[in-house]
Ligand binder design. Structure first.
Ligand SMILES: *Cc1c(COP(=O)(O)O)cnc(C)c1O
Length: 495
């Protein structure tokens, strides 16, 4: 199977090349040339399989150039050996008669980024060795929180890789900073940037395109690589959990064979919900894809009107991983709905780069509206939803997941659609203790890691072990760099 660029269908790569390269040179995103279909009995076949086995089964048809035994070893390293705190890896919980919650935060960093970032390092190093690359990959990451920690943990002590994470000095929560500064591993580096997330992100982009630096590092035996969510190696592992959730519902006789389920996904960069669409393309009976946004509702507006417009106020919300105005993976969805016209995609993306805005054709808009529903929710509604789920269902959720529950409720009220629905839960509530406690009506909120115990005392829900253990680790000293000096930080790291 080949991968094509969304901006040039003539550009064809094998999976190992697409994963090693990340982004196509024309700026497009690598996408499978055709979507493999599950055989009619596949979902039945997978009913009794473990998550690791399902991962191999689902990923293999996309990865001709990898063997089943390679993928089995990767799945074991990514999802086995107690890496996740439940053996189901991505369990499905029933919340009420027709609502299920797919919990994607049982991994080592308690956010859904683990689902992909535990697998990506193996796909990447496997790809590099297939491409006979002999240099060591240096993964550069700019993070506003969750991605940095998940990438550090995924690449920790992985052969032939080093990873350096930049975060905005005052732009991440105390817990997120502590999670990064207590990272173990011989090949990891963490550096705070004096500036905001945009400064860190543009700094990393500059490093990637600095040819002089590239030459210096090549002499030292390194090259830069990215763990960004546009890499196919991050999207593919996300398809697995939608297939797996459907198999669980079948196995537990919550749904009949062939019965449709909707999915509702808290969305930022559009990677997670795109994976649900791909699972449906493979043959999983998924009905509506419900796209949930916070107050940065650029996607809600786009799906409702066909106009994508990033020229708007940016809000810092209590669901920060969805505070995004440029949703990069949307490009892959537009490529499908534009009947794979690379020219049409190029034209929209040029308009986005130049004017920050584009309007899709009537037919693309119609396709979005047939397949997706969209809604959004502000911080007050997010907190009300956290309180309501706790009080009525005794179910504790984080702010990102709460956004999805709110949007689902509104969708059901407006559409009358009562199809069983899987809500995707993307972070442990213990990553956002202060806001969750506030939502539950707590007036005096503790400082630092004490909030973790406070949330457990309030609810009786135990904190995930990696977060509960934070108070026992001594953080390393935070390295700080001026935003103009990030290059020096890289050179010091790769001495
Ligand atoms: C990254 C993230 C999201 C958004 O996922 P996308 O794939 O970017 O749409 C939602 N919730 C949490 C907790 C995240 O870390």
């Amino acid at each position: 199977m080949y991968y094509v660029s969304t901006r040039n269908k003539g550009m064809k790569k094998l999976a190992a090349e697409a994963i090693a390269q990340g982004l196509s040179r024309d700026g497009g995103l690598f996408t499978p040339e055709v979507f493999p279909k599950l055989s009619p009995n596949a979902l039945e076949t997978m009913r009794e399989m473990s998550y690791q086995q399902r991962a191999v089964y689902v990923m293999k048809p996309f990865l001709d150039d990898f063997t089943v035994s390679e993928l089995t070893a990767y799945a074991k390293r990514a999802y086995g050996d107690n890496k996740f705190d439940v053996k189901e890896v991505a369990p499905v919980r029933q919340v009420d008669d027709t609502t299920y919650c797919l919990e994607l935060w049982h991994g080592p960093t308690c956010a859904f980024k683990d689902m992909a970032l535990q697998m990506l390092p193996h796909l990447l190093t496997g790809s590099l060795s297939k491409n006979s690359e002999d240099k060591t990959a240096c993964i550069l990451v700019a993070t506003s929180g969750d991605t940095g920690k998940a990438a550090l943990e995924g690449f920790r002590d992985v052969d032939k890789t080093r990873i350096l994470v930049f975060y905005p000095k005052d732009g991440v929560s105390d817990i997120q900073e502590l999670q990064m500064l207590t990272q173990q591993g011989e090949n990891v580096g963490i550096c705070a940037v004096e500036g905001n997330f945009d400064d860190a992100q543009s700094g990393v982009k500059r490093l990637f395109s600095d040819e002089k630096l590239r030459d210096v590092l090549a002499e030292r035996g390194y090259f830069f690589s990215s763990a960004n969510s546009i890499n196919w190696g991050r999207v593919l592992p996300q398809i697995v959990y939608y297939v797996s959730a459907y198999c669980d519902l079948l196995r537990d006789e919550k749904i009949q064979r062939g019965e449709k389920v909707n999915v509702c996904v808290p969305t930022g960069n559009f990677g997670d919900i795109l994976a649900a669409y791909y699972a449906r393309e493979m043959g999983v009976p998924i009905g509506k894809l419900i796209c949930a946004s916070n107050q940065n509702k650029v996607l809600t507006d786009f799906i409702r009107t066909g106009i994508y417009d990033r020229n708007r106020t940016f809000y810092n919300t209590i669901s920060p991983s969805m505070d995004i105005l440029i949703s990069s993976n949307l490009e892959r969805m537009i490529f499908e709905f534009a009947e794979r016209s690379d020219g049409e995609v190029r034209s929209y993306m040029t308009q986005l780069a130049n004017q920050g805005r584009y309007e899709v054709s009537d037919s693309v808009r119609a396709r979005f509206q047939q397949n997706f529903a969209a809604g959004f929710c502000d911080d007050t509604q997010t907190k009300e939803t956290i309180a309501k789920l706790w009080n009525e269902n005794h179910y504790l959720v984080d702010p990102h997941s709460a956004v999805a529950f709110h949007v689902l409720e509104e969708y059901r009220r407006e559409s009358g659609d009562e199809t069983p629905t899987i809500v995707v839960s993307t972070a442990s509530p213990f990553k956002f203790c202060a806001d969750v406690l506030d939502a539950l009506g707590e007036k005096e909120i503790a400082q630092g890691t004490a909030v973790i115990d406070q949330l457990t005392e309030k609810t009786g829900v135990p904190a995930p072990a990696p977060l509960a253990a934070l108070k026992h680790f001594k953080p390393r000293d935070a390295k700080v760099t001026a935003k103009e000096a990030m290059e020096t930080a890289v050179l010091d790291f790769l001495k």
